[in-house]
Ligand binder design. Sequence first.
Ligand SMILES: C[S@@+](CC[C@H](N)C(=O)[O-])C[C@H]1O[C@@H](n2cnc3c(N)ncnc32)[C@H](O)[C@@H]1O
Length: 290
Amino acid sequence: MPLKSSPKLGPKPFLKWPGGKRQLLPVLRQYLPPMRTYYEPFVGAGALLFSLQPQRGVINDVNPELINCYRVIRDHSEALIAELSRHRNERDYFYRLRALDRSEAFRQLNEVERAARIIFLNKTCYNGLFRVNRHGQFNAPFGNYANPNIINAEGLRLISQFLRRPGLRILNTDFEEVLENAGPGDFVYLDPPYDPVSTTASFTGYQHQRFAQNEQLRLRQVVDRLTEKGCRVMISNSATDFMCELYQDFQIIPVAARRSINVVGSKRGQIRELLILNYPVHATKHLCFG
Ligand SMILES: C[S@@+](CC[C@H](N)C(=O)[O-])C[C@H]1O[C@@H](n2cnc3c(N)ncnc32)[C@H](O)[C@@H]1O
């Protein structure tokens, strides 16, 4: 499948998401192989997806509210735009809407109302963070921004048009199930929640259950099965000893990534990440941190 360059006016991520890959796109694109079908089982905000705009693809995330947004944008973009226009960037209003997932009223919301709520909270909360507590309830504070861009009607229409491509599927399940059907020549981009670089570091505030090391091990077993089937796999993760060991027989490329989503401003900055490949590419280095 020929790769398109990311057109200036094409579809873009509609949410800011922890671990979003926008800033790493030039690096990711440099190492892309040819592909038949594009698989992204931890899609988040979908920075690489929107940059590539594949004709055939399977995207997935375990987060039901996130996947509901993708499906609503695809199927009901005009209703969503209308619903978003009802929301107000006011502190009390924000907290009332945020609190809905703590009450029975949440079950009464239809899919369009749920998607509008997530997009509104994401655009108006502090630092554009999707963060939930251990019960899965949204808990980022109000951002108090003068002019947040709550409705990008044209942007949503472009995304809708792209997501309606007949070759694109949107799933909401565990990554392992999604990858069962991947076959020879398919490309799989894996961007799971990161292995924490320290006990306090975490980008995984978008889910209430931790993606612990046993999950990273389960993912590694899936990568082995994909490799046997002839799929090309690219993995992003943090530069920890654990990750270096786990993928020691693969090509490991260290990359620097500037994270801007950390709530604590002083904690923003350069962190080292890894790009791990199961296929040969030119000019790669086998570098790890010791
Ligand atoms: C690092 S984020 C992906 C960021 C994304 N590449 C972007 O550009 O925004 C990881 C995603 O994995 C999802 N996730 C966590 N556990 C999962 C599982 N078992 N199966 C599928 N998705 C999962 C989370 O909900 C989260 O959206």
